[in-house]
Structures are given as C-alpha cells and as structure tokens.
Design a binder for this molecule. Structure first.
Ligand code: CA
Ligand code: CA
Ligand code: CA
Ligand code: CA
Length: 356
C-alpha cells in the first residue's frame, strides 16, 4: 500500500509581506463600534448598535483555493464506533490529541458536525486557506459548532494563533462569527508543548483578541464560508500577514463547542487526565470523557517545509521517518490506515494512525 502521505508538503516560495497587525485589543476593553448618538427627539427610534458593524467595508476578500494543497490531514471517523459510546482511536489526551465528538459522561450522543474527517491547507501570497471536512449529516445539515485552525509559527509545539469561526451558514465568504486569537505571552503549550504537563497549569491561553466584531486593525483578516460543493465542509481563510514574513508553520485543525475555548489552551495543560476523561474504552482508568467533551482535533501538518519528524504534535510520518525519531507521534507502520482524499482533487492517499 502506498502510504506516502507526506509527499504533499509543497514548499511555498512566496515573498510574504511582513506586516504588522498593530497593537492588540483586549476582549474586555469595549473597543466595539461607537454607539449611535442619542436621537434628539424622544419619538425617534435609536438605531440598534448592530447596524454599525454591518457597514464594515471589506477591501480584501478571499477567492478560490489554489490548485495544489500545501498539506492534508486525515482524522478518525467516530461514527463507526458511536453506537458503542466510544471513539475508535486518535484520542490521546496526553499528546493534546482529541477524538471526542460526543456528549460528556454517557457518550451516547454523537455529533457528526464536529467530527473532523479530513483537512486541507492551501497557501498563496495573501491567504492561508483551510478546508475542514466534517462527518456528513443528512439529518440536520447544520454546522452548529466552532471550527478552527491553530498555527504554530516557531514550530515549538505551542500554538501562536487560533482562528475560530462559529456556526457558519453562508456559502459566500464572510467575517461574521470569525475570531483570531494570539498568544502574546507565549504560555500556550505550557512547559512541555503538545504534551500534558505534570501539574495542570492555569495560564491565560490565547488571551490577545486580535480580530472579531469591531476588534482589530484589519477588518479583512479572517473569513469563513461553507463549501458550495459540500455542505459538510467548512472553509476558513486568514491573511498570511499573521506569519510575520515566515513561510513555514505547523497547522492543526479543531472542531468543537463551548470547550473549544481560546482561554483554556492547551486543554491538556488546563485539565488533568482524570478531569478530562478519555474517549477510548481501552483507557479504562479515564474512560469516559468528562470535563472536555464535544471536541475534535487533528495532528499538525507541516506547511511550507519538509518535517524532520521531531516537530511536536506533528502527524505521524509513514516510511523511514516514522518510529523512534518522532517524539510523540510515532505510529507503527501496521497501524497507519490510508484512503482516498475526501476533500480535494488530491492523488496521494490520506492516512491516519489507528493506535489507541
Ligand atoms: Ca481527532
Ligand atoms: Ca474525527
Ligand atoms: Ca509556537
Ligand atoms: Ca497566553
């Protein structure tokens, strides 16, 4: 079986403009749109404040994806074991790897709209594009969750940016419901990035709210839409400005609900394994999932460079790079399962590690 999934890493030779995003704004400082002035006459009805945000003029709107992906990632399909109230594999809390599109404790409700199946990252000079394929849900056809991409700029395993979009409904690009968070004080990842620390830490996670309704110096920084070709695929676009001139990064994908909270990153540092629980019945000390539920993520793709296998959080590399070389993502060749890509006209197989 051809398991050369890593052949997809296409080095992007772009000249990126190093652009400063300006000072960040706190979510609490009330820098929303200015309130409409009070009407002179009592009989006049004040315009609702929401009107002010609706008049944002967008200059830079993302277009269609480039032809060639820069990275593809597969993820577990939990629907196959949902009737047993468990995930099939891929839920490794100690490595910040989640596969829990279920409700807490009983795990008898399965949420296809947050079960990531596959993801693709593309890049051009101006945009990083992300496609996240969720489990097809014929019943609701609603993407009711939060969908995001986490970007590690310095390849140390600690994420630096988290772009999140809530409840996308439109097949046209929109900034509605999109937020961009930055970890300015660099505490995401804790002492040992992408692995649980000895004691839970209570850092502030992604504390710097860089983009959202009325927040941020660039009203066009990040966007979302639903694929017009497939209602179970979310598209995100964020400007390459966030890379600060770099051309390489690690990218992991997220889907979730309330527990996908920027302030709680890394989730594996914020909770103990006992508190978080586990979605794998094999981990019977921790099963079922408890304080972290209704969430899914992927391992990290290397974008713009050939990974060594030592990058924290990296997807397992098949072939000669797999094994002891990899710090936390080694996967025995016998446990790598590959299939055709769901999301892209992509010729290489997409693989996952099926180890518990
Ligand atoms: Ca997963
Ligand atoms: Ca999944
Ligand atoms: Ca980092
Ligand atoms: Ca922080």
């Amino acid at each position: 079986m051809n398991i050369k999934m890593s052949a997809l890493f296409i080095v992007a030779m772009f000249s990126l403009s190093a652009c400063n995003l300006g000072a960040s704004q706190s979510a609490e400082d009330g820098t929303g749109p200015e309130a409409t002035e009070a009407p002179a006459l009592e009989t006049q009805v004040a315009e609702p404040a929401v009107e002010a945000t609706a008049t944002v003029e967008h200059k830079d709107i993302p277009g269609e994806f480039p032809e060639s992906p820069s990275g593809v990632v597969g993820d577990q399909d939990s629907s196959i074991t949902a009737d047993d109230n468990r995930a099939p594999s891929g839920d490794r809390f100690t490595f910040t790897r989640f596969e829990r599109p279920f409700n807490s404790e009983t795990m008898d409700e399965y949420y296809p709209f947050i079960d990531i199946q596959e993801g693709v990252v593309y890049m051009d000079d101006n945009w990083i594009y992300v496609a996240i394929a969720l489990k097809s849900d014929e019943a609701s056809r609603e993407l009711k969750g939060r969908y995001g991409v986490e970007i590690d700029l310095d390849l140390d395993g600690g994420g630096d940016w988290l772009i999140l979009a809530s409840n996308p409904v439109s097949t046209d690009w929109t900034t509605d419901g999109v937020e961009a968070w930055f970890d300015a004080n660099d505490d995401v990842g804790g002492a040992v990035a992408a692995a649980t620390d000895e004691k839970p830490e209570f850092g502030d996670g992604y504390e710097s709210f860089e983009f959202g309704p009325g927040v941020g110096s660039d009203p066009d920084l990040a966007w979302v839409r639903i694929s017009s070709a497939d209602p179970n695929i979310v598209h995100l676009a964020v400007k390459t400005d966030i890379l600060n001139g770099s051309k390489r990064f690690l990218a992991g994908l997220w889907a979730g609900e309330d527990d996908l909270d920027p302030s709680m990153f890394d989730l594996s540092d914020h909770f103990t394994h006992e508190q978080a629980g586990a979605a794998l019945i094999e981990l019977n000390v921790f099963y079922p999932i408890k304080e972290i539920s209704a969430i899914d993520n992927t391992c990290r793709m290397a974008i713009g460079f050939q990974p060594t296998g030592r990058e924290p959080g990296l997807c397992p590399l098949p072939g000669s790079l797999a094994g002891e070389e990899q710090i936390d993502a080694g996967c025995a060749a016998a446990n790598i399962v590959c299939r055709q890509s769901l999301t892209a006209a992509y010729s290489e197989p997409v693989c996952i590690c099926t180890e518990p």
